[in-house]
Design a protein around this ligand. Structure first.
Ligand code: C2E
Ligand code: CA
Ligand code: CA
Length: 614
């Protein structure tokens, strides 16, 4: 603590060597000072004293200095005794002193504001001039008559910036960052933090230890700021900084890198579990309530962590990775921490690249549709065909959907590609029709596409562009029925599509847990028995029972039923005996390019298929 004095003021004489405010000391009552500082708790005072930022606390009523910190005496060269009791503006160029006092009065009238002073010229005790920028804000709890002026040494910063620019040009890696501190908390800023990480690398490489970069974001800080005011927010941040600092071990670094965002560098990690324990301790410390005389606040933080050399990236990237992990932690709820996973990140990036490659392939028209016939075994007629997508890859040849669709399943591309499939199928139907073949076609639609808000209107547009397609000629096979949760929405879509003359079938029926619910809730026209049951039905009585059960259900619910995966005539005969006459499968025909279809339709059935069902 500094000696408590009041200084008598002698206004500066402009002709004197130093045209600044100076004075002599007189005692100030202890109660006045106590009032001014009552709301600054011990931790705050500690921060105040130790901060590298010059701070001047003054009495709002008479605008006189009641306390300054060591940084202030250091930077301006006047002793504490010289400072205390001086009017605000002591040390500042005379004309600016008056301006500063009126700024302070203005801020005092709007205590929740923070007023920028602009550039101030200060004269050091030894006579040389310095420039600074400052901020005036309330100090202590509402109602307290103290304000604070926080100073940044602008001339040093400018020199430093200039110096940095030069250094950066010549020796990119060896930048010395000496004065990059956050004005509020006095903590290192982002640039200095990066430099500390760089130093951490050297140490980690030498000792074989790991280092952790943590990104910490206070939960709901914006709301706290809004409800308690900015000054409480600032105080809280100072306290949080102090609390976090207390958790550090020697060699660790704490930085403030955003309004309520802090970064921690933890060095010398020897064991896997060490960092998790560190974070648990940190969160526990942070959860202890922050108490002032008017408020008690409980806090939590979301933390993302990445560990070098497991994550072998440059300092800025490490910080970005920790930030990404923090976002994931925050999504999971307040007070969580999450470790960045380079493997997962690589996967996500590869996935993103895949999507881009396929988007290009779509633009280059590399996708094509094959068609697999569907037949009526009893009437010996071709009743339609299923469109099945293929990728005519420039290097790898024709790829089946299993080789590329999974990579875009969760992206918008599956929807865009789906519209291309519908358009292409309708165009193909026009071409066949022009050649004398009228064939119904079914397309496979992913759940995500069915639930696209534009689905029905897009479908209407596509149909309008192909007026030759009659009602009942286009059918939709709903895939991944397990992803359909909102039955009433899906049912609405089915009903709207039916008005457009489009039929629906439930693909892979019997494989999902809730097939029976679909059947009851969705008015699809057709059930498509999954090929896994069909292909085994001749050898496995269980599968045969399922096939028979689905056929029975279809009858009871008055739906059509089709079997897929019909690989032999024996399968077809068995299905017919159970009452299923619609079939599709390799035994009838493999999926084929569209040009092959008219010839195939003309030739079917051959003698062997003619004999089925006789
Ligand atoms: P799916 O809708 O169940 O289509 C039937 C799949 O079974 C097709 O494979 C077909 O070639 C194959 N298949 C047909 N008959 C037989 C048979 O007798 N035995 C065997 N073992 N397999 C048979 P493909 O063409 O590889 O398609 C696989 C899946 O890819 C489709 O399963 C469908 O889920 C999806 N798919 C195909 N085209 C599209 C499309 O345009 N859009 C979307 N979203 N998915 C599609
Ligand atoms: Ca299908
Ligand atoms: Ca299927």
């Amino acid at each position: 603590m500094y000696a408590i004095q009041r200084m008598a003021i002698v206004d500066a004489d402009p002709d004197r060597r130093r045209p600044v405010n100076v004075g002599q000391g007189v005692d100030m009552t202890a109660s006045e000072l106590r009032e001014a500082l009552a709301h600054s708790d011990a931790r705050n005072r500690l921060l105040f004293a130790g901060s590298p930022v010059a701070m001047i606390v003054f009495d709002s009523e008479n605008l006189r200095v009641v306390e300054i910190n060591a940084a202030c005496t250091g930077i301006l060269g006047y002793s504490a005794e010289q400072w205390l009791g001086q009017p605000l503006g002591f040390g500042v160029e005379v004309r600016q002193g008056e301006a500063l006092r009126s700024l302070a009065r203005e801020q005092g009238a709007h205590p929740d504001s923070a007023v920028h002073t602009g550039r101030l010229r200060w004269q050091h005790n030894d006579g040389h001039w310095l420039e600074s920028e400052g901020t005036v804000r309330r100090f202590g709890a509402p109602g307290c008559r103290a304000q604070i002026l926080l100073l940044q040494d602008a001339s040093a910063r400018r020199r430093n910036e200039e110096h940095l620019r030069l250094l950066a040009k010549e020796h990119r890696q060896q930048i010395e960052l000496t004065e990059h501190y956050d004005a509020l908390t006095g903590l290192p800023d982002r640039a200095q933090f990066s430099e500390r990480i760089r130093q951490g690398f050297a140490q980690a490489n030498q000792t074989g230890c790991s280092i952790a970069v943590c990104y910490l974001d206070i939960d709901a800080f914006g709301a706290l700021n809004a409800s308690h005011g900015r000054e409480v927010g600032d105080h809280l941040l100072i306290n949080i900084a102090e609390c976090l600092r207390a958790c550090l071990r020697g060699g660790d670094t704490l930085a403030r890198i955003g309004s309520d965002e802090f970064a921690l560098l933890v060095v010398g990690i020897k064991k896997e579990g060490e960092i998790a324990q560190f974070l648990r301790d940190l969160k526990e410390r942070l959860s202890e309530p922050f108490v002032s005389d008017t408020l008690t606040l409980s806090l939590s933080a979301s933390i993302g962590v990445t560990i070098y050399p497991h994550d072998d990236a440059d300092p800025d990237t490490l910080l970005r990775h920790a930030d990404q992990a923090m976002m994931l932690a925050k999504q999971a709820g307040p007070g969580r921490h999450r470790r960045y996973d380079p493997e997962n990140d690589r996967r996500v990036r590869a996935q993103r690249e895949n999507v881009e490659v396929m988007r290009t392939a779509l633009a280059r028209r590399e996708f094509i549709l094959y068609y697999q016939p569907k037949v009526d075994l009893k009437r010996r007629q071709v009743v339609g065909a299923e469109a099945l997508i293929r990728w005519q890859h420039p290097e790898r040849g024709v790829l089946p959907p299993g080789a590329f669709l999974p990579a875009i399943e969760n992206s918008q591309l599956i929807v865009d590609l789906g519209y291309w499939v519908i358009d292409e199928a309708l165009t193909q139907m026009d071409r066949w029709r022009a050649g004398g073949l009228s064939l119904a076609v079914s397309v496979n639609i992913a759940a995500r596409q069915l639930l696209d808000p534009d689905f029905v209107s897009r479908l209407r547009e596509l149909l309008a562009a192909h007026p030759g397609t009659g009602a009942g000629q286009l059918e939709i096979e709903i895939l991944e029925s397990s992803k359909l949760e909102n039955f009433s929405k899906v049912e609405q879509i089915i009903v709207a599509c039916r008005e457009l003359g489009i039929g629906f079938s439930l693909d892979d029926f019997g494989t999902g847990y809730s097939s029976l619910t679909y059947l009851r809730r969705l008015s699809a026209d057709t059930l498509k028995i999954d090929q896994s049951f069909v292909s085994q039905m001749l050898d496995d009585s269980g599968d045969k029972a399922i096939v028979s059960g689905v056929i029975g259900l279809a009858g009871a619910f008055q739906r059509k039923v089709i079997a897929e995966g019909v690989e032999t005539i024996a399968h077809a005969q068995s299905l017919m005996a159970l009452g299923c006459v619609l079939a599709q499968g390799y035994g009838i025909a493999r999926p084929m390019p569209p040009a092959a279809m008219p010839g195939w339709v003309a030739a079917w059935p051959d003698a062997a298929w003619m004999a089925v069902g006789e």
